[in-house]
Design a protein around this ligand. Structure first.
Ligand SMILES: Cc1cc2nc3c(=O)[nH]c(=O)nc-3n(C[C@H](O)[C@H](O)[C@H](O)COP(=O)(O)O)c2cc1C
Length: 345
């Protein structure tokens, strides 16, 4: 069976599909290898391929497709606004073992949106319409879109939905924030529910999914086909299996401090690049520790952000994690209120 047949079957099966969000510089081949050992998601997204002029797919991102070690499908994400270049790259990428081609309509980085790509396209509805039409014609495997709610205001979602409805896309993932909102509180799960109600294609919910019971409630309340999880999965790689257990009605197993320590050691081993300076390796790990630390506690986060050497890095990790107590790994930076579903669905 091809990767896209496996993915299409997942979308048709009754169980909610769990996916790992695309995260630049995080969801690399190395990270996929680690998270797969913890159960992992049902489907992976690559970080985005930058598409412009005569660009070709970046080799290191292609590695996460050609060397995919997970045994699960991977979707190739594109970012850009140059229609001939998007079509050319989509045609190239679909010759690789990918489950789908995905278009990024959400990146909030000013350097991206000012060039009218990613989230910037949400101010150019006619352009989105033209890109979706061209990519739909060019892509012979599933074609999916990942969007935010709008650029300035969630009210824009009402004008976006008819454009998604007009084109035969195979999946819409909704990160239920606006571009201007970046990652601030106020995820509009009610608008994800609206998309799931109004569109014929499957919809995935994305944004602030951090624990199994919340994930289960989100699927039930919004009627989505699946969930996309980003930061919550870096912080807690057990999350996908915890959600599966929750949905089977089983008790959730929490990792201990030592389990988290072993996860950090595994990440370290996987991220080592031969010949790289010690300080660069520590810096690279901090990319992950910003998220993991948020689940361990403020004091840990404060200390780990300040280490510069390998010895200090592991000393701080051992000080805080060399114990057998269970950890929920829920973020300290997000209030309980922001994690919970709004009552008024
Ligand atoms: C470090 C980082 C890198 C990201 N890179 C991408 C990307 O390449 N493509 C994309 O569509 N979204 C990207 N995102 C957004 C995530 O896919 C996701 O939509 C967002 O983090 C919200 O989900 P979460 O609350 O589960 O993390 C990135 C997010 C983070 C934190």
């Amino acid at each position: 069976m091809t990767q896209h047949e496996i993915f299409s079957n997942l979308l048709r099966a009754p169980a909610p599909v769990l996916s790992l969000a695309p995260m630049q510089d995080v969801t690399t081949l190395q990270f996929m290898r680690v998270i797969a050992r913890y159960g992992g998601p049902d489907v992976y997204w690559t970080e985005y391929f930058r598409v412009h002029g005569d660009s070709r797919p970046e080799k290191w991102i292609l590695d996460s497709i050609t060397k995919n070690p997970t045994g699960r499908p991977v979707i190739a994400q594109l970012i850009g606004n140059d229609i001939p270049a998007l079509v050319r790259n989509a045609k190239l990428l679909q010759q690789y073992p990918v489950a789908a081609i995905d278009l990024n309509l959400g990146c909030p980085a000013p350097i991206v949106y000012r060039k009218c790509a990613g989230g910037g396209l949400l101010r150019e509805l006619q352009k989105i319409d033209a890109i979706l039409g061209a990519l739909r014609d060019a892509v012979t495997i599933p074609f999916t879109v990942k969007t935010r709610l709008g650029f300035e205001s969630p009210a824009e979602f009402d004008t976006l939905l008819p454009i998604f409805a007009k084109h035969t896309i195979d999946l819409l993932t909704v990160h239920a924030r606006t571009v201007k909102q970046m990652y601030r509180p106020g995820v509009r799960y009610d608008l994800i529910a609206q998309a799931a109600r109004e569109l014929r294609c499957p919809v995935f919910a994305n944004g602030n999914v951090h624990r199994a019971a919340q994930a289960q409630a989100l699927v039930a309340e919004t009627g989505v086909r699946g969930l996309m999880i980003g930061r919550g999965a870096i912080r807690n790689p057990w999350l996908f299996d915890q959600i599966r257990a929750q949905m089977r009605g089983e008790k959730i197993k929490l990792p201990t401090g030592r389990d988290v320590l072993a996860y950090i050691r595994e990440l370290w081993e996987n991220e080592i690049t031969p010949g790289v300076k010690e300080s660069s390796q520590v810096m690279r790990m901090k990319k992950f520790m910003n998220f993991i630390g948020d689940g361990v506690g403020e004091k840990f986060l404060h200390e780990i952000r300040r280490v510069a050497t390998t010895a200090d890095f592991f000393r701080v990790c051992e000080d805080h994690l060399d114990h057998d107590k269970p950890l929920t790994l829920e973020p300290v930076s997000i209030s309980e209120a922001a994690l919970d579903l709004p009552a008024a669905f």
